[in-house]
Design a protein around this ligand. Structure first.
Ligand SMILES: [Zn+2]
Length: 159
């Protein structure tokens, strides 16, 4: 069994699935959010958005997103990182996407999206290894590294 994730390249703990690290990350996040003051709750929501989005973006096959949904998520994350949109503004957008005719997940026969990326600078393993200190900043850095990597790939004209 491979000791790295076939999608994101993360080191796998004891040959477990990458998804186990995703679950470990959410447990970590739960601890972090529980310690946040009420006034900082928005910070926890943003961290959750970055953490889940980053994981999905690095696992287009396993998370079963369509090409359109994956590209939409990429641009949503980029918009939020750049301060062009707030989470409150995104919520109706996300809800519309879920309710509307646009499908998020693939059906048999749909194209499987794959980024032409050979190595990601950061993975879920880096987030989990860091523990609770600096969690919110770390998931933001992770999301940012993904957008930067994808933009670099575009710049090379390899898409
Ligand atoms: Zn992975």
């Amino acid at each position: 069994m491979s000791s790295t994730c076939s999608e994101c390249g993360a080191r796998l703990v004891n040959g477990g699935a990458c998804r186990e690290q995703f679950d470990a990350m959410l447990l970590l996040e739960y601890e972090v959010v529980a310690d946040l003051a009420a006034t900082e709750r928005a910070r926890g929501e943003v961290a959750h958005f970055y953490a889940v989005s980053a994981y999905i973006l690095q696992h287009p096959e396993g998370m079963k997103y369509t090409v359109t949904a994956l590209n939409g998520l990429r641009h949503t994350v980029a918009d939020h990182l750049a301060g062009r949109v707030t989470l409150a503004e995104l919520r109706p957008r996300v809800r519309r996407a879920a309710d509307g005719p646009a499908r998020i997940t693939r059906r048999p026969g749909d194209a499987v999206p794959r980024w032409p990326v050979t190595a990601w600078p950061m993975t879920v393993a880096d987030v989990v290894e860091g523990g609770t200190p600096g969690y919110c900043d770390r998931v933001a850095a992770w999301a940012e590294s993904i957008i930067r990597t994808l933009d670099a790939v575009d710049a090379l004209g390899e898409r």
